[in-house]
Structure formats: structure tokens, C-alpha cells
Ligand binder design. Structure first.
Ligand SMILES: *Cc1c(COP(=O)(O)O)cnc(C)c1O
Length: 390
């Protein structure tokens, strides 16, 4: 079996499993004052410190969450509520048109249920929000912007956003800027302080850590209004008993991913280049989507004209190769990707696409298998579609 869907989720690293296993049986609520609780608290605080060090933040800025989706929800809803409470005219939420649903949907929900104004920042043909676009959007009415959210790296086509420049534009107007860095941590140089962003999302299972564990890094001085209410943990930004083993697993995964980043990114890029070259040879009219210059090293997003992406996925699956047509969250529904549509790709081409995403355990053997399977799969998918159209 060949796994080419690392943008959906990754293998939990053995080092992470070992660290978590050592904690699974430990007794003690990190909020309890006795010895058991204090021991758990020490473990959690060490995890917080190591995550902070890995991403250029202070421990105080790291808020543990249940993953990327929750972090994005807290950032977008919580910062909106905080800003709107200060000034009721601040109702606009600006998000890029290529965000993951975990950022788009909270923003849309705020518009549908909380009186917010939802605005999409358009992207160029490679999927980038330019600083000019953000500036123009804010300048239309600077006092009405509550929060901006633009991802660090796209999960479908891999495009990298000019996050530093975008954050600087938002800062000029005093608007908090959130970035979903789930796909970036461990492959890009993600430094919270240096990037100038106000809040940053990361998730464990996209970088060799446990699923159900993530963090929102929130700059000092910002206080998103909580989405979950309860015991007031995590500076009251995220109530709920801290899962000691998960925090430890997340810290181990983030620490390793950041320490090995350059070597890992090179590994991915060399496999990706080999994969794209091989597919081009097998299917000469393949289209490579995204930004050829500024993109994640581990994602190849390819369109195969005349094919249905879903059919291709199933044909490859039958041959033991796992991949995706886009984001896993919309898989199973044959809808064109909002990301591709936003870059100006037409619906038919968008529906003919596959995302092949590489990871730590990917090998040249995996790439060769995909390259060997793709030609016959494309031929069969084309024939099937032509037959149906007759
Ligand atoms: C996977 C992913 C998410 C969601 O993270 P979960 O931890 O699965 O909730 C959010 N944003 C991006 C870019 C992702 O790739």
C-alpha cells in the first residue's frame, strides 16, 4: 500500500507514541493543587515551553486546543467578539478565498448568526493574496474590520502566502491577523514573533503528532472571547481539563518536526519533483496547479484533462495507492474545490484533479508506484468518461 495523502493526516511518529504512552497511565489533573496535579502540570508546562521555543513564541502565548479546527474557531470567533465588544461598528471578517473550511465556515457562521460581515479576499492565479488586495479591502473602511485570517500555506495546492507582508498591513491598521499554519509548521520557517501575526494555528496530526491535539498561539495582550466555557483553563481562552498525554505528544512532534525541518523539506521536494516529472512523462497533458515558485515541498496538485478526479482516486485506490481529490473534508462530495475555482480554474478542470501529498515516511518506491499506476488509471478514467458521454 502506498500512502500519498499526508496533507490529510500523517503517521504518528514512534517517538511521539513512546512519549504519550509514558503519560497515559499517569494520574493527576493539571489544575489540581496536590502532588499528582502538580506533576501533571509540570508535564503540561514543559510541553508548552517546548512548543513555544519551536515556533518563536513565549510559553504564555501557547493555548492548547483539540486541533486546527478548534484553534481557527477560537481565533476567528473569539477575536471577532473581543473586537466587536470594544467597538460595535467592527463587524467585518476578512478571510482569503482559499482558506480551509475550518476557517471559512466559522467566518460564514459568524455572518449568518452573529451579525458579522463576511468578506473573501480574492487570490491571484497561483492562489496568493497580495498585500495590495488586503490593503484595499481594509482601506474601504478600516474602522469596521474586526479580524483578518489568511493561511500560511494552502492544504490543497500548497501555495504559500506572503504572511509577513500581510500581517504588517493589518498591523498598520491595528487589526488582528490570524494565520492557519497547520500545513506550514515543520516544513516552513514558522516564527511567531518574527512573522508579526497576532494568532497562529497549528495541529498535531499534520506533523507526526496525535490527532485531537493542537494549539493556538495568541500574542500577548490579545484576549479572544472563549468559545468553550467552563473551568477557565488556558487563561480562560479554552476551558477543559488539559489532556496531559496529548500535550506531551504534541510537543514531541512539533519539536522534532521543527528541528528536522530543512532536511525534511528537501526530502519532500526531491520526491515531489521526481513525482511530477514521472507523471508528466506518463500523462503529457497533465496540469500542475498552484504557485511553481512559492509552494509547500510535499504537495503535487495535478489536473488530468478529460478525467474525473473521483474516478481516478478510486482506480488508484483499487491499485493500493491512497490519495485525495482535494481537502479530505469535502471528499465524497463531487464538488469542485473552492480553492481551484478561486484561482480561476474552470469547473471541469477543477473536477479532474488529484492531490498527491508526501510525508516523512514517503519513499522513492512510493513515487515510482504512483508513476507506474497513473498512466493506465488516466487512460481508463478517460475511456469511462467518454463512454458515458456517448
Ligand atoms: C487539517 C487542516 C485543518 C484542520 O485541523 P484539524 O486538527 O484536523 O482540526 C485546518 N487547516 C488546515 C490548513 C488543515 O490542513
Amino acid at each position: 500500500m502506498v500512502y500519498l495523502d499526508h496533507a490529510a493526516t500523517t503517521e504518528v511518529r514512534p517517538e511521539v507514541i513512546a512519549e504519550m504512552a509514558a503519560q497515559l497511565g499517569a494520574l493527576g489533573n493539571p489544575s489540581s493543587l496536590h502532588g499528582h496535579g502538580r506533576a501533571a502540570r509540570r508535564t503540561v508546562e514543559e510541553a508548552r515551553e517546548s512548543i513555544a521555543a519551536a515556533v518563536g513564541a513565549t510559553p504564555h502565548e501557547v493555548v492548547f486546543t483539540a486541533g486546527g479546527t478548534e484553534s481557527n474557531n477560537i481565533a476567528i470567533k473569539g477575536l471577532y467578539w473581543a473586537r466587536n465588544a470594544e467597538a460595535p461598528a467592527r463587524t467585518r471578517i476578512l478571510v482569503s478565498a482559499v482558506e480551509h473550511h475550518a476557517a471559512l465556515d466559522p467566518a460564514r457562521w459568524m455572518a449568518d448568526h452573529q451579525g458579522a460581515v463576511y468578506e473573501e479576499l480574492p487570490v491571484d492565479a497561483v492562489g496568493r493574496v497580495t498585500p495590495r488586495v488586503l490593503r484595499d479591502a481594509i482601506e474601504r473602511d478600516p474602522d469596521s474590520v474586526a479580524v483578518v485570517s489568511v493561511m500560511w500555506a494552502n492544504n490543497e495546492i500548497g501555495t504559500l502566502q506572503p504572511v509577513r507582508e500581510l500581517a504588517a498591513v493589518a498591523a498598520e491598521f491595528g487589526v488582528p491577523f490570524h494565520t492557519d499554519a497547520v500545513q506550514a509548521v515543520g516544513v516552513q520557517d514558522v516564527d511567531f514573533a518574527d512573522s508579526g501575526v497576532s494568532a497562529l494555528t497549528l495541529s498535531g496530526h499534520k506533523l507526526g503528532g496525535p490527532v485531537g491535539a493542537g494549539a493556538l498561539v495568541v500574542a500577548r495582550g490579545l484576549a479572544p472571547v472563549p468559545v468553550l466555557h467552563g473551568g477557565g483553563q488556558e487563561r480562560d481562552i479554552r476551558s477543559g481539563t488539559l489532556p496531559t498525554p496529548l500535550t506531551r505528544g504534541l510537543a514531541t512532534a512539533v519539536g522534532l518536526a521543527v528541528a528536522e525541518r530543512e532536511e525534511h523539506a528537501e526530502h519532500l521536494a526531491s520526491l515531489r519533483d521526481e513525482l511530477e516529472a514521472g507523471v508528466r512523462e506518463a500523462v503529457p497533458d497533465v496540469v500542475v496547479n498552484g504557485d511553481p515558485d512559492r509552494r509547500l515541498p510535499g504537495i503535487a496538485h495535478l489536473s488530468f484533462p478529460g478525467c474525473e478526479g473521483d474516478a481516478l482516486l478510486m482506480l488508484l485506490d483499487a491499485r493500493g495507492v491512497s490519495c485525495s481529490t482535494g481537502s479530505a473534508c469535502s471528499a465524497g462530495v463531487a464538488q469542485p474545490s473552492h480553492v481551484l475555482l478561486a484561482t480561476g480554474v474552470d469547473t471541469e478542470v477543477a473536477l479532474s484533479s488529484l492531490r498527491l501529498s508526501l510525508g516523512r515516511t514517503s519513499t522513492m518506491g512510493d513515487v515510482k508506484r504512483l508513476v507506474a499506476e497513473i498512466g493506465p488509471a488516466v487512460e481508463r478514467a478517460r475511456a469511462a468518461r467518454a463512454k458515458r458521454r456517448r
